[in-house]
Design a protein around this ligand. Sequence first.
Ligand SMILES: [Zn+2]
Ligand SMILES: [Zn+2]
Length: 331
Amino acid sequence: MGITEALCNYNTAFIQHCSYVGIFVLMALESMIAPIPSELVMPFAGFLIFSGYFDPVWVVVASSLGSLIGSLLSYGMGVLGEPAVLRYGRYLFLNPHHLEWTKNFFARRGNITIFVSRFIPVVRHLISIPAGLARMSLTPFILYTVAGATLEHPHAQLIALPIVPKHVLEELEGAKQYYAFKERCVFCDIIRQETDESVRVVAENEGFLTLAPYAPRFPFETWVLPKKHESAFEGSSSQTFEQLARALKNLLQRTDAVLDSPSYNLAIHTAPVQEGPMEHYHWHIEFMPRLTKIAGFEWGSGFYQNPTPPEEAAKYLREAKIKTATPAVVG
Ligand SMILES: [Zn+2]
Ligand SMILES: [Zn+2]
């Protein structure tokens, strides 16, 4: 096991075991030079929010507090470090002029430096020490650290599993049965049928068809399918990815316009790795805006209640007024 893998396993186990306290401690350590990337801690916390184990509000509170306390401890190390720099600094090529320069720099640019450094790995681990050394005022230090640590931003999680997830497995099995029966890929058939009927089509470009599936689990669930049969996402050409990027941007603009920029989940369903090309499976993206909450019936039965017919959802999205270089072909 490599060191990164060991660290990953340890951190994820730690969060699972210690819950919000785990996030707090890891984020505090992360802000104090410890080799714990928040890129590892926060996606896992995000995954646990998605799975319903964590409350997002408490994750934000625990991680922000952790970052702040860690940064303050580093700041404290900087404050206590001045005599050491003056005494031993020459061994590190530091002299009192450097200290003076640091103090002047933080007096002029401290606020923006602290804020921006929160976005830069490694720098954010180290920045609090010179801030302490320069005796930057504590109030702006705290304000800009918190502002930098809690900025809302879109993010993606890439989670590799040792098994094929149940949902994809069911899809694979169903597609296999369909292929055995009809000798055609079910997704290619869906593309053909939906293009002909066009009531559930949201948009289309040269490479992709965006549609509301016939039986969506959630309101405004939308799929993006490559028109050319391809079982593995990773086997696609760069031209396909370019078309996909445009199809996705188009869909997101439509969703933003119609549903007021909702939070969403987006999953890539692709053939299991190392299985080789499959005639019966067709990779695609399933896009689900978070509009309703999954409730007791869904948890208990595995069935989904959806109050919005796909034809209606597709119509709204299709007719959305968006600025785009690639207008929908249909509608
Ligand atoms: Zn296909
Ligand atoms: Zn799927």
